[in-house]
Design a protein around this ligand. Structure first.
Ligand code: GCW
Length: 658
């Protein structure tokens, strides 16, 4: 029996506004509880403590004599939970298949209480679709975050792991509450400082981070550099065929697992964007991956090996090389050659987290290789947490994307299926509200929910998030705005799947030809009559990488989804779309509409003034000003660009700058 009369623990810290509305995110503290139920605990003490803390921070209308029982139930699957209310509504049992499952049950119980307010009607059981639900932090040793738009790293400072312990615990709680169970704490672009994580010096600090996350059921992953044998091992080569290199990795794994026995594994970005890899020594990817994977095997460690490999030194005059083909061309021929503990981590699209792209043809294509789907929560190309962008909508589309005539990507995801892990590049940092834009918290939340269950809809997930975060009378308005936000952003961005018309390097705002003559393989090839790349079998042949059903869908102009037309086809500006508009008029119209929709968001948001936390209201209101400026810039730059190329007027006579 647990007696619950402890006081609320509020974390303390200098400048950070801990325990504010924005900080508490979807784990809001409403008002301190006056009538705490009794908790009977026969399981995981930490879960009981979490339950207690949560109940203390929220005033729920429990009936008199209401009790909560927490139990471990090994007949439930690992990480699974079950919530059962007794017929008289006076007892709630939370069961977990293991300790983490029990903890998840506690958080889910809180979610249900917060959303429905009715403790007497909670019955639910759930099991995650995949056992690996992972966040990758692209955090650098100096505290900066690559593609981070939420302040500095939560983990790193001045070349070392350095963090606010209370804050890190609150972070772990947020992540556990949405089912995240693995995180990498350093950028995949490993630099000499973060490479030191494999040394005794680096591990001393990492052990402490692992201790914070462990009770929350979250394991750490270390991003390692392929050239570590040279960087920190003092060797002359990192050639995986070299015995000393093999020995280096074995010793590194032994050292790490001695300190952190439950480490999930290593993550590697090799042969990609100037990071060394096996190619440099004349080997295929499996040869490089297997030497590290074998070193991890005795400790049940996983090697996550990224597939983001392409020629980043392409000549724009070369129209044969086609970047989207690269990952499949590199990995498909070596299907089955990877060690059993290698999981290939595949970006959802063949380009790079653009606002619109097809799914990678590599997903589900390798029958004998373990695979993870990689998403990006950080809004690198999608508004950088200044513009509103609900990834959930795009992720739902990705899951619904056909794999062949009978299955879609969602059907591939699951522990026993082709895709057994779901990973995302995280959007958090040390800003008070964690995510830069308060409403970008919805993206972190949605990732966790979808990694748990990709059968949810974006509407369900966003509604749940809004209901947990905001007052009841604002939920439907905020949910709808989020649901609309992806299409609005797309409207003022690059048209019809062509992508990349973005300012180079930092990736915010328009620069139509910014990447056009560069080496990154990202071209739209617009001239005065046409735009787009022919990626059919008559063109670069990229479509042939898909299953025949999907290949045919994309090859045929009648069946190719219109929003992806320019990804697969080169078309004249007077090509007629299904709605009867020319391609050019579509570009003009969508770019005017995009700005109008942002203006409408502002009005909608203003209608919520006084209904939500003032500080949060003002913060989002300011973000909308930035978004509006950005949307106008995109509209005018894109419209002028195509007007100048074609000399064709907007048929509605709106202002286009010459
Ligand atoms: O999208 C690109 C980013 C790089 C990133 C790379 C990757 C970590 O612009 O900043 O590097 O993808 O995914 O490795």
């Amino acid at each position: 029996m647990y007696c619950c009369n402890q006081s609320i623990k509020i974390s303390e810290s200098g400048a950070i506004k801990m325990n504010s509305f924005s900080y508490n995110a979807w784990l809001q503290h409403t008002s301190p509880s006056k009538n705490l139920p009794e908790i009977e605990s026969n399981g995981y003490e930490f879960a009981t403590q979490e339950c207690l803390n949560i109940l203390q921070n929220n005033s729920f209308p429990f009936k008199e004599n209401y009790t909560i029982s927490l139990n471990l139930n090994p007949s439930l699957p690992p990480e699974g939970y079950k919530l059962t209310t007794s017929p008289d509504g006076l007892n709630l049992t939370i069961q977990g298949g293991d300790e983490t499952g029990l903890l998840y049950g506690v958080y889910r119980y809180l979610f249900r209480l917060r959303i429905t307010g009715n403790a007497a009607d909670i019955n639910e059981s759930s099991v995650p679709a995949v056992s690996r639900r992972i966040l990758n932090h692209w955090d650098n040793g100096d505290g900066s975050v690559e593609r981070g738009y939420s302040g500095n790293s939560l983990f790193w400072k001045n070349g070392k792991l350095g963090y606010n312990l209370d804050r890190l615990k609150d972070y772990a709680r947020l992540l556990a509450s949405i089912g995240i169970n693995q995180i990498s704490v350093n950028n995949v672009n490993v630099r000499p400082t973060t490479a030191k994580l494999l040394t005794d010096e680096g591990l001393t600090d990492l052990v402490k981070v692992a201790e914070v996350f462990r009770p929350f059921g979250i394991k750490l992953i270390i991003s390692v550099h392929f050239d570590s044998p040279v960087w920190i091992g003092g060797l002359k080569t990192s050639d995986p065929a070299d015995d000393k290199v093999k020995q280096f990795w074995e010793e590194a794994a032994t050292r790490v697992y001695k300190q952190i026995p439950d480490l999930a594994g290593f993550l590697v970005k090799a042969d990609s964007e100037f990071n060394l890899g096996p190619l440099a020594f004349g080997h295929t990817q499996d040869v490089g991956a297997n030497v590290i994977a074998k070193a991890l095997q005795p400790y049940n460690g996983i090697l996550y090996w990224r597939c983001f490999i392409y020629n980043c030194l392409q000549d724009w005059r070369d129209t044969v090389t086609d970047r989207p083909k690269a990952a499949y061309d590199t990995f498909f021929p070596i299907d089955g050659k990877f060690a059993p503990n290698v999981i290939l981590q595949i970006k959802h699209g063949p380009s790079d987290f653009q606002v619109r792209e097809p799914n990678s043809p590599l997903l589900g294509a390798m029958a004998h290789t373990r695979q993870a789907l990689e998403l990006q929560i950080s809004q690198e190309y999608t508004g950088q947490q200044k513009d509103l962008y609900a990834w959930a909508v795009q992720w739902e589309e990705i899951f619904s994307h056909p794999f062949n005539e009978t299955r879609n990507t969602r059907d591939l995801i699951g522990s026993e299926k082709e895709i057994e892990a779901v990973v995302a590049v995280c959007n958090t940092g040390d800003d008070d509200n964690w995510c830069g834009h308060l409403l970008a918290q919805a993206n972190l939340f949605a990732f966790g929910r979808f990694a748990w269950n990709s059968h949810l809809t974006s509407k369900q997930v966003l509604q749940e998030w809004s209901a947990l975060t905001f007052p009841k009378d604002t939920v439907s308005t905020i949910t709808q705005m989020l649901l609309d936000s992806r299409l609005t952003y797309e409207k003022y961005n690059a048209p019809l799947g062509i992508g990349w018309m973005v300012c180079i390097h930092h990736h915010y705002g328009p620069s139509v030809d910014g990447y056009e003559y560069m080496k990154w393989g990202t071209y739209h090839r617009a001239d005065s009559t046409a735009i787009g790349i022919d990626r059919t079998r008559q063109g670069t042949g990229y479509t042939a990488q898909y299953q025949p059903y999907v290949r045919d869908l994309y090859e045929n102009l009648d069946t190719c989804p219109e929003e992806l037309l320019l990804y697969f086809h080169r078309l004249n500006y007077d090509y007629t779309l299904k709605n009867g508009k020319t391609l050019l008029q579509h570009i003009y119209d969508t770019h005017f509409e995009g700005v109008e929709e942002v203006e409408a968001f502002i009005k909608i948001w203003e209608s919520l003034k006084g209904k939500i936390d003032d500080e949060a209201y003002n913060h989002v209101r300011q973000r909308f000003d930035m978004q509006l400026e950005n949307a106008k810039e995109w509209r005018d730059v894109i419209n002028s660009y195509f007007y100048r190329k074609t000399g064709i007027n907007d048929n509605k006579g709106r202002k286009i700058y010459n």
